[in-house]
Design a protein around this ligand. Structure first.
Ligand SMILES: [Zn+2]
Length: 287
C-alpha cells in the first residue's frame, strides 16, 4: 500500500484533487466524506491497514504543512493543527463524518505552523510533552486561545483510541523539542518536522544532531509508513532520503554567504520542491 505513495509517484498523486488522491491510494473514501471535504484547502492522502487508517491533510498554503487524523479501533486521534483554523476545521469536519469520538489531539512541537489552528479543537483533550508545553506557553510564538487546555503527557507509552502509542522525545533538531509518535499496530510513525518530503526546509536548531536522530529512528522504529510534517506521507525509505537531503542542505548552507545567497543556491539545486514559503525562513540558517 505505501509503495503507492513513494517519492516516485508523489508527483502523479499531487496533481489529483484531494478526493481522487485519497481514492487512488485507498479506494474506499465514501461520497459522503468526499462531500465534507469538497471545499478543499488541503490534499488528503489516506493509508489503510487492519488496525486503522491514517488520513493526512497536506495544506495548500506555502508551507505544505500536515495535519493527521487517525481512524483507530475505538476513536479518532488528531496530530497537530496546521497554521490556521481553515485547515484544522477541515479535519474536524472529516472527523465528524466518520462518526467516532475524538480521543485526543497530540501536538508534535511548538512551531506556529503546527499549533496555529488549535482553536478549532476547543473542548477536546489536547496533549503534548511537558517540555513542548513549556515552549508553547513561554516561547516566542503566538499562544493559542485554548493554551490552558493542553495537558502534559505523563508517559512515553499509552493507549489511545484502542491503539498503543510510543512517544519518543527529541531536543535540538528541527525544533527545540519535538516528539515522534510510533504506532506499531498501524506500522506507522508520525515523525512530523524531522522529515520534509520534497519540500524546502526550515533550517532548525542543530542539523548535525538532527541527522543523528534520523539515523537512530531508522534503526529503531517499527513502522513502514512515515507521516511527515511537511509534504506527502511516505514509506520507510524516506528516513534515509531525509539524511541525504539534510547533508546536501548543510553543504549548501556552508557554501552560502547569507540567506539570499542560500535561497538562490537552494532553488538552483532543487527547482521543483514544494513549500516555497519555507524559503522565507532561510535566514535562520545563519543565526
Ligand atoms: Zn513545520
Amino acid at each position: 500500500m505505501n509503495n503507492l505513495i513513494s517519492r516516485r509517484n508523489f508527483g502523479l498523486l499531487a496533481g489529483l484533487s484531494s478526493v481522487s488522491a485519497a481514492a487512488a491510494v485507498n479506494g474506499f473514501i465514501s461520497s459522503a466524506q468526499a462531500q465534507t471535504i469538497s471545499a478543499q484547502r488541503s490534499t488528503l492522502m489516506s493509508i489503510a491497514n487492519k488496525a486503522g487508517t491514517s488520513h493526512t491533510f497536506v495544506t495548500h498554503n506555502d508551507g505544505r504543512v500536515t495535519i493527521h487524523l487517525l481512524d483507530a479501533p475505538s476513536g479518532l486521534i488528531i496530530v497537530d493543527s496546521g497554521d490556521a483554523g481553515e485547515y484544522s476545521e477541515e479535519v474536524v469536519a472529516m472527523a465528524k463524518s466518520l462518526g467516532k469520538d475524538i480521543a485526543g489531539v497530540i501536538l508534535s512541537h511548538d512551531h506556529p505552523d503546527h499549533t496555529g489552528g488549535l482553536n478549532s479543537y476547543k473542548g477536546l483533550p489536547i496533549f503534548t510533552s511537558q517540555g513542548i508545553l513549556g515552549n508553547i506557553k513561554n516561547g516566542p510564538f503566538k499562544k493559542p486561545e485554548n493554551v490552558d487546555e493542553i495537558q502534559a503527557l505523563d508517559a512515553d507509552e499509552m493507549t489511545m483510541a484502542g491503539l498503543t502509542l510510543k512517544i519518543h522525545n527529541y531536543k535540538n533538531a528541527e525544533a527545540k523539542e519535538q516528539i515522534v509518535i510510533e504506532i506499531p499496530e498501524m506500522s506507522t510513525a508520525i515523525v512530523q518536522d524531522l522529515v520534509y518530503n520534497n519540500c524546502y526546509m526550515f533550517p532548525g536548531m542543530d542539523r548535525t544532531n538532527w541527522i543523528t536522530i534520523l539515523e537512530e529512528l531508522n534503526t529503531k522504529l517499527d513502522a513502514e509508513n512515515i507521516l511527515v510534517g511537511h509534504g506527502y506521507p511516505s514509506s520507510r525509505g524516506e528516513l534515509t532520503a531525509a539524511v541525504d537531503y539534510l547533508n546536501e542542505y548543510q553543504q549548501l548552507i556552508s557554501e552560502s554567504a547569507d540567506a539570499d545567497d542560500l535561497v538562490k543556491k537552494y532553488k538552483a539545486r532543487y527547482p521543483n520542491l514544494m513549500g516555497e514559503g519555507l524559503l522565507g525562513l532561510q535566514k535562520f540558517a545563519f543565526n
